[in-house]
Write a protein that binds this ligand. Structure first.
Ligand code: GLN
Length: 532
């Protein structure tokens, strides 16, 4: 088994996750099997309880683990399928160590960071090192070198390398080489200091991934190489991508990254076949047409909050050789009428969300899409608001609502199931992960999926109230997907509408560059048809 560890220095937000995912893409295209792991030094057990301002999107895995959005990059960029073992937080590490201490596993001993906490971390690396499924484990360490919280992870890696042998490991350090305008120069000092910090802990990177706005010239590379004790070939330029994150693997390949990594790991693998990837990138960069789609959400100013949705739209659009002109609309601004905001868009997408803020604006947007026959895709909360809207304005249930927003509503078209009512804890207490959906015959959904049953990922508490099914169906609101026993509504569509689909699950977690999700693809097709 071979190992790659990815650390970050100088500042956060350098795109370590994307760098890790891109390296994984290249290795996979060389015929190697990769698996990823993310270590997050914060004390939350998982990011499920953090709000999008703190953390961006919570990415949900098949097994229901609520994880860091970097795991989304890993799954999108490669074929790996991850589980809760692939995201370790300090919160989990300490939770385990303390549980063991109480159980008496360390009886007689003083429990300490070294070796007990570091052992816990090393065990996790071993746990995902399954030779039957992977050749290389890529582990990304969240945070920035020098953070106090990160120290146990770095110490664990130092020990781990000693145990498995340096010839089986590559350390990649993602760093910033800032440009100082007044001096007209790129500066290497922050990187030097970051590397010095790593070496203090006993870690020596073999690769420096230099995030920079300007090209690194020979002299600068030489300087970085010398001061950081990294070979000249190991100094890799990672310029800001021009158009799309999917350019990153191509750029890193051109810099020789995957060649060098294979060499350092003593792996023989043919050069990667980048043809399909390149084609995809070309379609994203220079599409033949454009389509304007509105996303009506609560965290519109936050680039990371709806990451997987934006990526899914990109994948779907590229498959139609079209680009997406995204119109991001803050749902709270829609309370004074939607026409002005939505009349110029070809489609409306409403993402998932929690809490009452902005909900009435989303309901108005769903109404606009229904009445004006504008293609609509509702995801999770997006299905719930479409349900409330239809109940209120078509079925005449004026007070219809979700009990999430009005506990005592006369018509709870969306409500909690009995088993959720008793749950008080917030962490990992939702309906999470992959569940099967049975698709009804003769529906639009059946045509789109071309299957009778599909597996999709969930993250929600509230459900469609089946008491209203008949009444709403009579008016044209069809439940086209349910749980296999028929008790839970999973997917709805409107009878007299070109494309009005909404699901209780999150299809955005299963879309990839050359494999767009069927619901997104059909939505983009419908939007294109609506543009003409
Ligand atoms: N707040 C809703 C629920 O809990 C929707 C959740 C979501 O959109 N992810 O059911």
């Amino acid at each position: 088994m071979k190992y790659i560890f990815i650390t970050g220095g100088v500042v956060s937000s350098l795109g370590k996750g994307l760098a890790a995912a891109s390296l994984g893409t290249l290795l996979e295209l060389r015929g190697l099997r990769v698996v990823f792991q993310k270590f997050d030094p914060y004390l939350n057990v998982d990011p499920g309880t953090m709000n999008p301002f703190q953390h961006g999107e919570v990415y949900v895995l098949n097994d229901g683990a609520e994880t860091d959005l970097d795991l989304g990059h890993y799954e999108r960029f490669t074929n790996c399928v991850l589980s809760r073992h692939n995201n370790l937080t300090s919160g989990q590490v300490y939770e385990n160590v303390i549980l063991r201490e109480r159980r008496g596993d360390y009886l007689g001993k003083t429990v300490q960071v070294i070796p007990h906490v570091t052992d816990e971390i090393k065990n996790r690396i071993h746990e995902v090192s399954d030779e039957r499924t992977a050749d290389i484990v890529i582990t990304e360490i969240g945070g920035t070198t020098g953070d106090i919280e990160g120290l146990p992870f770095l110490e664990a890696i130092r020990q781990f390398i000693l145990e498995v042998g340096a010839q089986n490991v590559v350390n990649v350090h993602v760093t910033l080489v800032p440009y100082i305008k007044a001096a007209g120069e790129l500066k290497t000092k922050p990187t030097q200091q970051s590397i010095a910090k790593l070496r203090e802990i006993g870690l020596q990177p073999q690769v420096l991934l230099c995030r920079t706005e300007h090209p690194l010239d020979a002299e600068l590379r030489q300087k970085l190489s010398m001061f950081c004790n990294v070979s000249l070939r190991g100094v890799i330029e990672a310029r800001d991508v021009k158009h799309t994150i999917y350019e990153m693997p191509l750029m890193l390949n051109a810099e020789g990254l995957d060649d060098l990594v294979c060499e350092l790991l003593h792996i023989e693998a043919p050069p990667p076949d980048l043809a399909n990837w390149r084609k995809f990138v070309e379609r994203v960069v220079s599409p033949k047409k454009q389509v304007k789609i509105a996303v009506v959400g609560k965290y519109i100013d936050l680039q990371d909050a709806y990451k997987s949705i934006y990526e899914s739209l990109t994948h779907a659009a590229a498959s139609q050789d079209c680009g997406i002109d995204l119109k991001l609309i803050d749902a709270e601004t829609l309370t004074d009428g939607v026409e002005g905001h939505l009349q110029d868009v070809a489609g409306v997408l409403i993402p998932g969300g929690f809490g009452e803020r902005g909900v009435e604006g989303k309901i108005s947007a769903a109404r606009f899409a229904r009445e004006n026959k504008v293609p609509y895709l509702g995801l999770c909360l997006g299905m719930q608001v479409a349900t409330i809207e239809f109940a209120r304005n078509v079925c005449g249930l004026e007070k219809a609502n979700s009990t999430e927003f009005d506990e005592n509503t006369a018509d709870p078209v969306i409500c909690l199931l009995d088993e959720q009512r008793e749950v008080k804890a917030k962490g990992a207490s939702m309906r999470l992960g992959t569940w099967p959906t049975k698709i009804a015959k003769g529906t639009v959904a059946e045509k789109i999926y071309g299957a009778g049953e599909v597996l999709e990922r969930h993250r929600h508490r509230y459900e469609f109230n089946m008491k209203y099914r008949k009444q709403m169906d009579d008016k044209g609101f069809i439940i086209s997907g349910t749980s296999p026993d028929g008790s839970l509504a999973e997917l709805i569509e409107l009878r007299d509408h070109p494309y009005f689909l909404a699901c209780q699950y999150h299809p955005e977690f299963q879309s990839k560059p050359n494999k767009p999700h069927p619901l997104f693809k059909a939505f983009v097709q419908a939007c294109l048809a609506n543009e003409r």
